[in-house]
Design a protein around this ligand. Structure first.
Ligand code: GRF
Length: 216
């Protein structure tokens, strides 16, 4: 089986990047990480990827006059590396409909909440303030609307009495590191069908992370 040429886009720490890279090292994984790119040249994850021997690119959004100019450069870099799938992993730029049009159905994002709840930032603080008992994370295909788009995988975590945004966020992050590789595996193996807002074909094997990723 030919492995899908996959890029990871980051803006910072890159712990989800690490999880995707680790998963892609397993021999039967259907995606190969061919590029790590960042809009922030000083992103810690970018230095780590470079040190690990991956092709890296910094496309600094600040030097471009507008969003689309930045995206055209980024797109060119992705094309140069013959990228087929893109994983946003803590990539803190919103894309224009132009970029999303180029990558529709091939662009995944991870969000630290159970979408469609808590789109946007500060999800853990907001979940605690609302008193919800279950929180979590979502991997979805990207559409022009922020934090919307067909959902590939979700994991739930319980909210505990003594949780702080940090402790809750850490528990959610641990699940992000489980479901993102699982979702990439599905997307890269062409197992998925997008119908409207639904992703079909994400079959849940008994040993899959998608069955019971967390204890509720
Ligand atoms: C994660 O919580 C992810 O869900 C959000 O940004 C954070 C990135 O963390 N989109 P990392 O850079 O992957 O460690």
């Amino acid at each position: 089986m030919r492995r899908k040429r996959t890029a990871i886009l980051i803006s910072g720490r890159g712990s989800n990047m690490d999880a995707l890279i680790a998963a892609a090292r397993t021999p039967d994984f259907p995606a190969e990480i061919v590029l790590v790119a960042s809009n922030r040249p000083d992103a810690p994850g970018l230095a780590r990827a470079k040190a690990a021997g991956f092709a890296v690119a910094a496309v600094d959004h600040k030097i471009y006059a507008g969003r689309e100019e930045f995206e055209r450069s980024l797109h060119m870099v992705l094309e140069t590396h013959r990228v087929e799938l893109v994983c946003l992993a803590g990539f803190m730029r919103l894309f224009t409909p132009w970029f999303i049009g180029q990558w529709r159905g091939r662009l995944l994002n991870i969000h630290p909440a159970l979408l469609p709840a808590y789109r946007g930032l500060h999800t853990h603080e907001r979940a605690l303030a609302d008193g919800v008992k279950i929180h979590g994370c979502t991997v979805h295909f990207v559409v022009p609307e922020m934090d919307e788009g067909p959902i590939v995988a979700q994991a739930a975590v319980p909210v505990l009495d003594d949780d702080t945004p940090e402790s809750l966020g850490a528990r959610v992050l641990a699940q992000e590191h489980v479901i993102y590789p699982a979702a990439l595996r599905l997307a890269a193996s062409d197992a998925l069908r997008i119908e409207g807002n639904r992703v079909l074909g994400a079959r849940m094997d008994s040993d899959s992370a998608l069955v019971a990723p967390a204890i509720i």
